[in-house]
Design a protein. Structure first.
Length: 282
């Protein structure tokens, strides 16, 4: 009689590796780790569907994973399998929360609004092939056992997320069409945050009073407009301080719309507990 090997989910199998290496590509995912029971991940999970279909509940909303879908799932959301085909197969990229200390991955926080509302993106054949090629590059880094693995994996993950977000934007793949105010706000924020830090500017763009605008954004996203503005500025500041060492702190302050370096430094210190120069040196 043929013995069937018990299937162990790759997240369970490689739990220690995820903690040690920060970013890990796991193949052979055939279900959620907890099967039909609710699963809540403490890490960031990117699920890339290859074949079959998995229907699930994302918090209280129906969702799915199938061939050519990519889902970006933030920590602490409740997932539960509703049904799946026997041939369902996916690749997972697991990102330990500690990796977010890398300034190059501030893009994850910038994308939070889009993917927390609806994590799934359906890609066409060309787009999916490009995404798979980036994942293969991440696998190659592991195969070669390069000494600067963490840095290379971080850079490829950043490219992966920027590429996926561009595909999502191009395809207008946003199911929450009713959330017009917050969608317009985030589009305007990406365009104007370096010059305009006040809620009133974005409220005027939406043809609403600042008070009503802030109320609507909070209702639609769970966070205030001021929170999103602050998050965008800080993400950009940390990224520039980290990778643009050719720029002075004054130059970065100018790029981010601050009248003088001192005001930028006070703004940065309130968030990080250190000055921009101290952050750069650390």
């Amino acid at each position: 009689m043929k013995n069937e090997q018990t299937y162990i989910h790759p997240i369970t199998l490689h739990h220690q590796k995820i903690k040690e290496e920060g970013i890990v590509v796991l193949d052979d995912a055939r279900d959620l780790p907890s099967g039909s029971k609710p699963f809540v991940s403490p890490d960031y999970v990117i699920a890339i569907g290859h074949r079959g279909r998995l229907d699930l509940m994302y918090d209280d909303t129906p969702d799915f994973s199938e061939k050519s879908t990519v889902a970006v799932i933030f920590p602490n959301h409740r997932l539960r399998t509703v049904s799946k085909t026997d041939n369902y197969l996916a690749t997972l990229i697991i990102v330990d929360s500690s990796v977010l200390n890398d300034p190059m991955l501030q893009i994850i926080n910038q994308l939070r609004y889009h993917y927390e509302l609806h994590p799934n993106v359906k890609l066409d054949k060309h787009e999916f092939k490009m995404i798979v090629n980036v994942v293969e590059g991440m696998r190659e880094i592991d195969r070669l056992k390069l000494p600067n693995r963490r840095m290379l994996m971080t850079r490829l993950l950043e490219f992966f997320l920027r590429l996926l977000s561009q595909y999502r934007k191009n395809r207008l793949n946003e199911p929450h069409a009713g959330k017009r105010v917050s969608i317009q706000f985030h589009n305007n924020l990406a365009q104007y945050f370096r010059k305009h830090h006040d809620v009133g500017f974005y409220a005027e763009k939406a043809c609403l009073s600042p008070k009503h605008f802030s109320t609507v954004v909070k209702q639609e996203t769970g966070y205030t407009a001021a929170h999103w503005i602050h998050s965008q500025i800080m993400s950009e500041a940390k990224m520039l301080l980290h990778i643009r060492r050719d720029l002075s702190v004054q130059a970065i302050a100018d790029m981010l719309g601050f009248d003088e370096q001192a005001s930028f430094s006070r703004y940065f210190r309130r968030e990080m507990g250190m000055s921009p120069s101290e952050f750069r040196d650390s």
